[in-house]
Design a protein around this ligand. Structure first.
Ligand code: VGL
Ligand code: ZN
Length: 196
């Protein structure tokens, strides 16, 4: 059975930013390969008037997650830098909502709901189901999906539109989400998908 996307569905594109691409400072293996797939989803959601949310990792220079500041990661997605921008090939509709996260120096924010107005915007629009794609499956996609589940949304993870830092932890992350009631779907599962 195919899913019909309506206006009370939302597409959440997580952290598709230059620094997570092969040319960035914190490359997620194969992250560039999901861009055409994400573009296809963007077109599909736009066609039916469903809202699109694009999240950005949006760190200050002194962010706690950077190795130089005692954290785990190389410096990435510094606010306003080239690395923090969306890749040119990502075809975000003009009316997409941009959600910045991880902007407080002392706080890591893997979830797009953490310290943002994402939940308010979804509620205001009457959104019940969220469809999540982007990077990284094992970090920000996972935590955003879990946050959405905890807030009471029906969560669909677009399995052909996500990439993780490690394959093993990505598999574990998806397993946990499935146990919490998330559903894995791919392009062909959506009605009206270009490649269905
Ligand atoms: C992310 C590591 C550090 C992500 C962000 O978007 O998944 N991962 N910052
Ligand atoms: Zn980050």
């Amino acid at each position: 059975m195919k899913l019909k996307i309506t206006e009370t569905d939302a597409l959440i594109v997580v952290d598709v930013q230059n620094d997570f691409m092969p040319w960035g400072t914190l490359p997620v293996p194969g992250a560039d390969l999901i861009i055409p797939v994400v573009n296809d989803y963007l077109e599909n959601f736009k066609k039916v008037g469903a809202p699109v949310f694009a999240t950005r990792d949006w760190h200050p220079e002194n962010h706690i997650s950077f190795k130089e500041n005692g954290g785990l990661w190389p410096r990435h997605c510094v606010q306003w830098s080239k690395g923090s921008q969306f890749p040119e090939s990502l075809k975000l509709p003009k009316d997409s909502f941009i959600i910045n996260k991880g902007y407080r120096p002392e706080l890591e924010a893997y979830s797009a709901f953490q310290g943002t107005v994402l939940n308010d915007l979804l509620k205001e629009r009457g959104v019940k189901r969220v469809f999540i794609c982007g990077v990284a499956t094992d970090y920000c996609v996972f935590n955003t999906a879990l946050g959405a589940i905890n807030l009471g949304y029906f969560v669909f993870v677009l399995e052909d539109g996500v990439k993780g830092v490690s394959e093993e932890s990505s598999r574990k992350a998806l397993d946990k989400l499935l146990k919490r009631g998330a559903v894995l779907v791919k392009k062909g599962d959506l009605l009206g998908s270009c490649l269905s």
